[in-house]
Design a protein around this ligand. Structure first.
Ligand code: SF4
Length: 419
């Protein structure tokens, strides 16, 4: 049995907080303990073991044969698609994008539906954002809009929005809005509760109050909205926190996100404000960053014409489900794609990533390790700050190496071609 290794300052991608202060003990090739004891981090790291199978049509195969079979599936397609699923390093994401380029495929991330509202609103209006460190040290008023970060982002409060010490804020006021069943944190200085069909109006009342527009008589459900806006205006630095992964009743068409972007913008005049968008883990934001720097677009990109073009409208996963591709490469944790359903059984599929061999119907499946557990590289925090990832458990095939092999094989001209 190998000796115990203790790794310090390990980055966790269990959620978008990207905490980089973990200590992980590894014994005998397994994770034996981690601190601090975040419950979500413990679930995400597990004991560090992952499947390490390779298969073609459900039968065991060598890596070389699987790469050949993957090339054959993807190269013969007329409308291939590449989906960048979670749990890849940004280096692996970049390689998956290069594969899409070689194939003249469409490429999309896993969360373009939930992230699209915020990205598009920011393009229309601009966006007042901040790093989590800035929020920790400067925010003296924090408004939680229909989210209590405790369950999905366990250390967000302790590390950032409600951290015990701040360099530029003596005390911090927490305000909480609940919308239907999306509850804000309990014990806030002001708590407001809106029905789902009141949300957009409440945000409009707050925006008007911040802009100093005369409101006349305000109906009782929205008097709390006025009180909230007035409290925000008394802040020196306001942080508005919402869950970008949970669109919510008003968010289905992006209205919640659009209104919160507008509110944060309007507050930057009478005071200072930033919108903090909570994002899930697995380096989801990294896919948008890599797509942006490689293609100019954060999501829904088509290489079909030989150069990257935006492909507005439905997400790649939606289009895939609706028959919009005749072969797909899923790079990353396919199991984390809620909308994948039976697609791999219907469309010729190559799956490269953690748990690939568990994807039912995958034509070619190559298991790899998880970014930040078995693969070192770069991962992005929810505020788009890049962080170094550690290979905590070594000796597991990595996604970046596997995707690089696939990319290299695709770049070799097929036999009999002139190229
Ligand atoms: S809060 Fe999120 S990133 Fe931080 S340790 Fe917990 S799961 Fe990991």
């Amino acid at each position: 049995m190998s000796a115990e290794r203790v790794l310090h300052s390990v980055t966790c991608l269990g959620c978008g907080c990207g905490c980089d202060d973990l200590t992980v003990r590894v014994r005998g090739g397994r994770i034996a303990g981690l601190a601090p004891p975040c419950p979500l981090a413990q679930r995400w790291f597990g004991d560090g073991t992952v499947p390490q199978a390779i298969s073609i049509a459900g039968r065991p195969a060598t890596l070389g044969h699987a790469i050949e079979a993957a090339v054959s599936v993807l190269r013969t397609a007329n409308r291939p698609m590449v989906i960048i699923a979670p749990d890849l390093t940004t280096e692996a994401q970049r390689t998956a994008i290069a594969v899409a380029d070689v194939l003249r495929a469409e490429a999309d991330g896993a969360t373009s539906d939930s992230a699209a509202a915020g990205i598009l609103a920011a393009q229309r209006r601009g966006r007042a954002a901040a790093t989590l460190g800035e929020i920790r040290n400067r925010a003296d008023v924090v408004l939680f809009w229909a989210v209590d970060p405790t369950a999905r982002y366990p250390r967000y409060l302790e590390r950032y929005a409600a951290a015990a010490s701040a360099t530029h804020a003596d005390r911090r006021a927490l305000l909480a809005v609940s919308v239907g069943e999306d509850r804000g944190p309990a014990g806030a200085e002001i708590e407001a509760d809106f029905a789902p069909d009141e949300e957009v109006d409440a945000l409009a009342v707050m925006l008007a109050t911040v802009r100093g527009r005369p409101l006349g008589e305000v109906a009782p459900p929205f008097q709390r909205a006025v009180a909230l806006a007035e409290r925000l205006l008394r802040g020196r630095y306001v942080a508005i926190v919402h869950d970008a992964e949970e669109a919510g009743p008003a968010g289905g068409d992006g209205q919640r996100t659009e209104s919160l972007v507008a509110l944060a913008q309007a507050l930057n005049g009478p005071t200072r404000a930033a919108l903090s968008s909570l994002r899930a883990g697995g380096n989801r934001s990294g896919a948008e960053a890599a797509l942006t720097w490689q293609t100019g677009y954060p999501m829904r990109v088509s290489f079909r014409d030989g150069s990257p073009r935006s492909r507005p409208g439905r997400s790649g996963l939606d289009r895939l489900s609706a028959g919009g591709a005749d072969a797909v490469l899923i790079a990353g944790s396919a199991g984390a794609l809620a909308d994948l359903g039976p697609v791999p059984g219907r469309v010729p599929s190559v799956v490269v990533g953690p748990g690939a061999s568990r994807v039912s119907g995958a034509g070619v499946a190559i298991d790899t390790g998880v970014a930040g557990i078995h693969e070192a590289g770069t991962g992005y925090r929810m505020d788009d700050v890049p962080l170094p990832l550690t290979a905590v458990v070594e000796g597991v095939r990595t996604a970046v190496e596997t995707l690089s092999l696939l990319l290299g094989a695709l770049r070799v001209p097929p036999r009999g071609s002139d190229g």
